[in-house]
Each structure stands twice: as structure tokens, then as C-alpha cells.
Design a protein around this ligand. Sequence first.
Ligand code: PMP
Length: 482
Amino acid sequence: MPTFSTDRADPSEQGAEAAIVPRPGVGDNGRVSPSEPYAFDAPRSAALMQRARAVTPGGVNSPVRAFRAVGGTPRFVDSAHGAYVTDADGRDYVDLVSSWGALLHGHAHPEVVAAVTRAAASGTSYGAPTEAEVELAETIVARTSVEQVRLVSSGTEATMSAVRLARGATGREVVVKFAGCYHGHVDALLASAGSGVVTFGLPGTPGVPEAVTATTLVLPYNDRAAVTEAFAAYGPRIACVITEAACGNMGAVPPEPGYNRFLGETCRRHGALLISDEVMTGFRVGPAGWWGLDGAREGWRPDLVTFGKVMGGGFPAAAFGGRADVMAQLAPEGPVYQAGTLSGNPVATSAGLAALRLATPDVYERLDHVSAALGAMASKALAAEGVPHVAQWAGNLFSVFFVDDRGAVTDFAQAQDQALYRFRAFFHAMLARGVSLPPSAFEAWFVSSALDDDALDRVAAALPAAARAAAAARPDSPDEAA
Ligand code: PMP
């Protein structure tokens, strides 16, 4: 998983931040002027990080938040509204992380806040079914390819449960996944590729027994021949293929046209199931997620689908669903066990319902527009400074790969062949000018409908200096040079 990278020391420990002189400038709207860089130091965040490190491994509750891939001090968030997050030092940033894709409508959207406030006032958890859960399931079924759905609390839980269900339903063990696709921290899916094209995976992290990844085949993404070869070699043992519907976790890498359908057809021919992981893309790239952009148009459905992020409206809610006959294998209807104390939690469910109600065709149009505009702006700024890069979209997921421009990035090996030092310099120059990008070169930029023209203007104003920083960066240069 690329975002686990710990390949460089935190420069804040080396005093790199302290060397930079703060030059804040406040504009008419009270926000810091985008033309003036913020101070690089973040004393309150740094102090909080020090406290956090004493009591939490690495100071964070999910590794990518620690900024290890970019260096520097992660900004502790104090509050967030609309398109902006405000850090503990009182600086605000245009937010292109959007809680890693969970927020489609920006922060603290009044309708989401009102829905969760109402729900919480009626009790925060019952451990018994509610009408709202039925409504959320009906909404998911109405919008997507799934016939039945079960609610869970995280994307990891959704993919873990879907894999168990696929294994239980087929009576087979082997799982096929693709290098660079991330499906949460499920043991069987934290596998890295072995040395051959079609070999069983190796544990991607200590703590995962080899016996677990010995039934995971890791293949290159977008490589039909590798899939065909894997089924030729192991077909009768393969329970499922799991794939990101479109990849966001190696940067935005879309499936080649017809690729997902090919996976579905190959699975069907061999009695295996296709699990389409839409935790990131579901309800984000369109009303029906990525499936709306391929399967719905081409007339096919995956067997199982996982959802998360947007469908929780910023709360811990996720789901897996699919064909009714497969879902019928789940307890209590069938023998495959799966359960959750907080599954279908009423507050999370109300947030998800509010977020989905707000996700109208107009919103998706705006998101597409914003993502196209941002990508074009970033690419233009980088090109003006002669920075080699490829700008790429998967629906409204967008990312810049700091690779030589040799055409589209189609798999993880190509995505990894990047000048990461350029991304680090670019990232910090954007952060210094009040724009928060995902702190890893292997992530998509997540847009929200709260990104208005003011926010886009700030991004536009920050880009030329960030592009200059990327151009000036050298493999051994300090990240914060801007
Ligand atoms: N699947 C995909 C495609 C994801 O992007 C993620 C998280 N980024 C997950 C699964 C895991 O979701 P969670 O972090 O909610 O466990």
C-alpha cells in the first residue's frame, strides 16, 4: 500500500521548518491571501503532534495522516466548513482531501448537520433495526447494481465481509487482487505481488501470516493476459476477483474500456464472483458510482459491490451488496456469518441519507466541472515550468503523476516510477499557500461541491509557485523549499 511509505525522516525533527520566515497576508475576505505563502511552521500542530506521539503510534490514527510521505508537520484540524479546513494555528486551507473522499458536499453541510442532530436527539444506537436503515438500503439498491445490501461501519469491514461471502458462496479459497488497488487493511488483501506475473502473494505487512496471502493472487492492473493466465492456472480454486471499480489508491487510474466487463465475464465463465470495490468511487463519480459509467451503459453487473465513504456522509457507515442469491448466503438467512454492534447506526445512517439526498445530477455536473478545471490548471502550471508530469482522471477523481510524459499511467508499476521529490515540494508549496492536497503522490485529489469560485481562485493563485517549487526540487532538496 503506497501510503504506508516511511521512506524519509520527518523534516520538522531536523529543524527544516524553523528556518522559514512566516509571511502571512490577510485579504479582504478575512482569509489569508493566496498570493502570500503561509508560515511553514505550525507551532500548535507541532505541539499537538508531540503530545499525540506519546500516546498514539506515530501520533495518528491512520498512517497517511502522519505526512511521512511528504515530511513536515501534519496539520491538526480545529474545524471545517464548506470547502475549507482550519488548523490548530488558525490558518485555513482549501480542502482537496475531503476526508479522503467521504465528503461530497464539503464540511458541516447544514442539511447533514441538521439530520445528524435530529437523529442523535432520538438516541445514538439501538442495536435493533430502524426504518432509516431500510431507507438507506433502498436508496443504495435504487441507485446501483445491487439487489440486496448489508450495512457495516467501514470500507475495510465491507471488503472483508464481501471476500468472506464470496468464499462461502463458492466454496473456494483463492482471491485475485490487483497490485496498487487498496481495499482496506484486510489480511488477505494486504498482499504484495510475488516475483512472477501469476504467483501467490506475499504478506504486505508483518502480522499477516503467509498462510493467509498464500491464497491471494496479486496481478498487474489492466492486464487481461495476466487474468486469463491466472484463471487458466487456478480457475477451479478462484472464489473471486476483487478490483477497485476505478483505481484511486495509486493515483487516479481508470480501467481500460471494457476491462471491468472482461473481469465479470471471466469470473462467470469460471464460476467465480467479481467484487467491485466502490468504497471510493461509489456515489462520488456519479449517482451510481463507477458502475453508472461502465456496467450500466454496457449492460452488465458485478456480483458483489462494496461501498463506504460518501454513503456515510462523513460518519462511519459502509456497505456491501450484490446479487440476491449470493447475499442470501449471509446469516441469518444463510450460513456465512457476519455481524456488527454498530452496523446501521442511526446517526451514521441519517448522515448518509442526507448526503445521498443532496447528491443530485447538478452536484455531479459541478464536481465534474471542478475536477476538470483543477486538473487543467495544475497541468498548465506544471507545463509552464517544464515539470514532466501526466494529469489523469477516473471520473471526477483526479491526480498528477510526476512521471515523464509517456502517455497514460495504466498500472501500479508506472505510477510508482515517479519523481516523488517533486510531489513533496509541490505539496508543501500548495500547503504554504492555503491549499491542502492529499499528502501522498499516490492519492487522487477529492473534490466537493462546496468548492466555489473563491476556493478555485486560491488554488489557481497557488499553482504557479508550487509548479516552480516542483521544477526546482532535486532528489535531495528539502521538501519545504517553495
Ligand atoms: N476500498 C477502497 C477502494 C478504499 O479506497 C478504502 C479506503 N481508502 C477502503 C476500501 C477501506 O475503507 P476504510 O478506510 O473505510 O476502512
